[in-house]
Design a protein around this ligand. Sequence first.
Ligand code: GRF
Length: 200
Amino acid sequence: MDGLDLMTSKTKVAVFISGRGSNMEALVRAAQATDCPFEIALVLANRPNAGGLATAAEAGIEALSIDQREFGKDREAHERAIDAALRQREIQVIALAGYMRILTPFLVDAWEGRMLNIHPSLLPKFPGLDTHARAIAAGEVEAGCTVHLVTAGVDEGPVLGQARVPVLPGDDGHALSLRVLEQEHRLYPETLAAFCRDLG
Ligand code: GRF
């Protein structure tokens, strides 16, 4: 396989964000390696003020905001606009990375088996929000993060990879979140790469 073949065979990934996008940045960095099986072809946010949009644009990646407010309460209409943008760009895989909007069955079904999410807990423990504080309050000695396939139930899909960190004496939610985040930035690129290699 020559260099051109390698480039054209990369899986086209769209990363969905709502905020700072540090996981998106980790994916973008990983994609710069010649032997990385994926390319970040699009960064998409549901809010125009998502900080990560500027970061993506600076990295030379198309950064698109499809503002949920323009669709009022019609979440499916918002997702149909997103889906059209993805298909127009021939996106193959979606990586949710701090995308803070619960999806409707429309997008989940349309991308079944091709949409990943990262969640900052050792699922099935602590799905939903505020995971670090809840892990500490529950007296956990270990915390971590999970990359999983997205299914209809929030944070419920099949697990593709996990990374663990200790919960240390004196930890608050913030301290623990930083320790977990460091692992997220390693786990997500690694798991997405393995997933894309399996896609062939
Ligand atoms: C991460 O902790 C991720 O696991 C969770 O939301 C946070 C997003 O952080 N889903 P960032 O925007 O990637 O920095």
